[in-house]
Each structure stands twice: as C-alpha cells, then as structure tokens.
Design a protein around this ligand. Structure first.
Ligand code: GLN
Length: 487
C-alpha cells in the first residue's frame, strides 16, 4: 500500500525503501486506472515524469537530494510548463505549448519534484465547480455526481484520489480553499505577493495567488518552503524573508486567540457545515486556543466588490487573446476585425464570455466610477475590517463554503448562485490575506467538509502550525474515498 504523505514518501526515498521511478510508476498506473472516470488531468506527462524520476533517483544515490527530491506532483494547468501544453482549461489555449516554466514550476523542479501532469481546472480559473473547463467537468472522488469545487478542482481531485502526492493550484477568490474543502484535503492560499505569479496565466492580477493542495499542513509547508519568496520577474512578489515553515509547526496552541466572525454563521450557512466548524472550534479550544466572537460587517459586501474587480481585471487580461500571436485562431476570418471576433467567439466558453462582457461594462465610461471605483473603496473597507479584528485575535476560523456539497450541473443555469458560494473566501482574497482550508468532518452521504483558518499578512507559519496541531489529534485529513469500484 502506497503511503500518501509527502513527508513519509520523502523519508522512504531517502531510506531506499522505494525509488522515485517506482513511486512515479505506481502513480501513473493509478492515473490510468482512475482518471478516465475522474477527469482530473488534462495532460499526463509520462515521459517527463519518468525522466525526472530517474534524475531524482540519481540525486538520491549521490547524496545531493533535497527534501522534496523524487516526490510526484501535478501542476494546475494555469502554470506555464516549458514544452508542454498549457491550456488553462480553455479551447483558446488548447494548442498552446508554453515556451518557459512558471517560477512556481521551475522552483519545484529544481527541488527535484516529478511532474506527473497538468490538472484540469475551470476555464481561465473562472468558476467554483470545475464545470467550465473545455475538457469537461472533474468528478469528486467522494461521489462522482458531485462537483469537486473549483477552479483548482483537478488539482484537488488528483490529491484526494491519490493520483499524486501534492499539487499546485491558484486562488483568486477561493479556488484552492474551496476544492480542498469539498474533496477532504488541505489547501493553502498564501498572502498576496508571497509566491511569484510569473508564468501563471492571469485571471485577476491583483487577486491571483499560487497555492498548494496536499493531504496535511505539514506537506503543504514542505512545498510552500520551495515556492515562496521573491522573484524579480513578478513586480508584485514581495521581498519578504521566507521563514522555516517546518520548524514553525511544533509547539502547542496555548495563548492562541481564534476569532469566529459572526457574519460567517448566518442563515445561508448549511447546518452540517456550521456543526463541523463548531466542532473544529472545540478541538482548537482543547489544544489551548481561546475562542472569541468577532465581527466583520463589511465582509457582506465582498461578493459584489469581488465580482466587479475580478471581472474588470479579467476583461483587461483576456484582451491579449486575439488569434494573432498565440492561442486559437479562427479559420472563418477574412479581415482583422473578423479574425479577432471569430477567434474569441470560438475560443472562449460561456462563463468566460459572460465575465468579459461584465468586466468591460464596469470599466466603460460613465460606469467606471459607479462600479469599479466604488468596488475598490469597498475592498479597502474590507481590508481595514480584517486589520481591526486581527489586532484582537491571531487567527479567524469559519466555513469555506455555505454548502456541504454541490451536485454537478446544479449551477449551470444559475451562475449567480455559484458566485454566492464564494461568500466566505472572497473577503480574504480582496484583503490579500493568507488562508488555509483543512478537512474537519463530514456531512450527508459522507461528503467531506472543510474549515477555513485566516491569518494576517505573512502569518502562514501560524496557519500551518494551528492546522498541523489540529491534524495531530484528529484524522480527517487521512480519510480516503473508496474508489475500488472503478475498473
Ligand atoms: N469562484 C471564484 C470565481 O469564480 C474564484 C475563482 C478563483 O479563485 N480562481 O471567480
């Protein structure tokens, strides 16, 4: 039986209990067996994986291996990977072979990680259910009729179904935390500026942040250690020292103050999710934390503010897809204007088009002040609210999503319902704060439920420590879906 944890695999590799080639082959076999049903990967990079695994084994034998050398991972298809299709879940980029690696990718590669493939995702990371992908929906391994969450749903499912040890993701308004919660794994969205966005296909640049999905906080810490840190290629990447995340995991939680924002526990919250958050709060209390009720009144304005700002930035970022330089080019066009129009009409899916139209509208003359400028003011108020509360408490605890699970197809006719599901994740994104989602219980039909911890800027060590201590006394993060019925 293969072990799931990155840390355990790393120890086994080092001890010679298995080789990276063996580990990689066992994951590739599992991908072949299960991913026809789950659809978590857009591209499987078998040849690259085996070559990287061989190189990792050579480093291990030579004694020059790092902590992650030989660990098989997948990258969300939002990250550019040199010589490999980087589709971003879109027909527009179906034929795009990236000419360079994203910084996140090159850092993990330099650390010796093995790339098994590129994970499915909502088109251009726009969505919460992974159904907007050009490559079809991803299925939740806990119930294949359920959505895995989005937009990093392929990454989350690949980890949850044990098709890789860990995965990269991106989070603009919740896309790491939400699928992590719905698939029973641990996901971290770092502070905005903690990780480089270089080579990550842009959705909303002031919100996009690379993140990690893995089984445990300890595993997340190991990968964060590699991807965090300044990169001169990204002007919004902070020159902030990178602490030793593994060293910060130890120590009990006595004296930690955890705030429960009252606005996160109102009528719209599913009772099963509320119960899981309350139980998690009690576990944190038993570990020495003090619970404090706090209030974040402006967080209620976060959905409209997010969907103005994110869509405005998306409309601007996606103007680069014109059918001329790269990406899909229509065969229908006989002049330049028609080339633009047809290439974009054919290359983008419905949700992306909807967002480009809305984003263009809020940026247009006469509406810019009423919508875009107003949303930026609201964004500042939300950030101020968090700063006020985070003077009183060290961390905030709350739900990740208002619902316990979401059936595939449920949001297809009603995107606004999908947008409302982001109510607990987008305030954090607007403020640029770090947040971690970890499994903490289950709801009807055994579907996993996650909880969200939110910290102040650069408080990743505190988030990881709290979650690690929680995971030391509980086993939700070790639960695995039963997939033995698949072929
Ligand atoms: N669900 C949100 C949206 O659709 C967040 C997506 C993301 O974080 N990439 O915009």
């Amino acid at each position: 039986m293969q072990v799931d944890s990155v840390m355990q695999q790393a120890a086994d590799l080092r001890a010679g209990a298995c080789s990276s080639v063996e580990l990689t082959q066992s994951y590739l076999a599992r991908i072949r067996q299960l991913d026809g049903t789950l659809n978590s990967l857009i591209t499987v990079t078998e040849d690259i994986a085996l070559a990287q695994a061989q190189a990792a084994d050579a480093r291990l034998a030579a004694g020059s291996a790092g902590p992650l050398t030989g660990i098989p991972i997948v990258h969300k298809d939002v990250f550019c990977t040199r010589g490999v299709r980087t589709s971003c879940g879109s027909r527009m980029l179906d034929n795009f072979i990236a000419p360079y690696d994203a910084t996140v990718v090159s850092r993990l590669q330099a650390a010796g990680c093995v790339m098994l493939g590129k994970a499915n995702m909502d088109e251009f990371a726009m969505g919460s259910s992974n159904e907007t992908s050009f490559y079809g929906p991803v299925h939740n391994p806990w119930s294949v009729d359920a959505a895995p969450g989005g937009s990093s749903g392929g990454s989350a499912v690949a980890v949850a179904a044990r098709l890789c040890a860990a995965a990269t993701g991106s989070d603009t308004g919740g896309s790491v935390r939400q699928p992590a919660a719905l698939t029973g794994i641990t996901g971290l969205k770092p502070t905005y500026g903690r990780c480089s966005r270089w080579g990550m296909v842009a959705f909303a640049s002031s919100l996009d942040q690379a993140g990690i999905l893995a089984h445990s906080a300890q595993d997340v810490a190991a990968l964060l250690q590699v991807i965090a840190g300044f990169d001169a290629q990204d002007s919004t990447c902070a020159e902030q020292p990178v602490p030793d995340y593994a060293a910060g995991l130890a120590g009990d939680l006595r004296g930690l103050r955890i705030g429960l924002p009252q606005e996160f526990f109102t009528d719209g919250l599913d009772a099963a999710v509320a119960a899981v958050v309350q139980q998690a709060a009690q576990v944190y209390e038993s570990l020495g934390a003090t619970l404090v009720e706090v209030s974040l009144p402006t967080s209620q304005a976060s959905i409209p503010a997010y969907y103005v700002i994110a869509l405005a930035e998306a409309a601007s970022n996606l103007s680069r897809y014109d059918g001329v330089r790269f990406g899909h080019r229509s065969a229908q066009a006989d002049d330049l204007a028609a080339l633009y129009a047809h290439s974009r009409a054919e290359g983008f899916g419905t949700e992306v088009k909807r967002r480009i139209m809305l984003g263009t509208y809020v940026l247009s003359e006469g509406y810019y002040d009423a919508y875009y400028v107003q949303a930026q003011k609201v964004r500042q108020l939300i950030a101020n609210d968090f700063q006020r509360v985070l003077q009183e408490v060290d961390l905030l605890l709350g739900p990740v999503t208002p619902f316990a699970s979401c059936a595939l197809g449920a949001w297809q006719q009603d995107p606004v319902q999908m947008y409302l599901g982001d109510v607990y994740t987008v305030p954090v994104s607007l403020a640029g704060l770090p947040a971690l989602s970890h499994p903490a219980g289950c709801a009807q039909h055994g579907m996993p439920v996650g909880v969200q911890l939110i910290g102040n800027y650069w408080a990743e060590p505190r988030l990881l420590q709290a979650a690690h201590q929680y995971q030391g006394v509980t086993d939700w993060h070790q639960q695995a879906p039963d997939l033995s019925w698949i072929g």
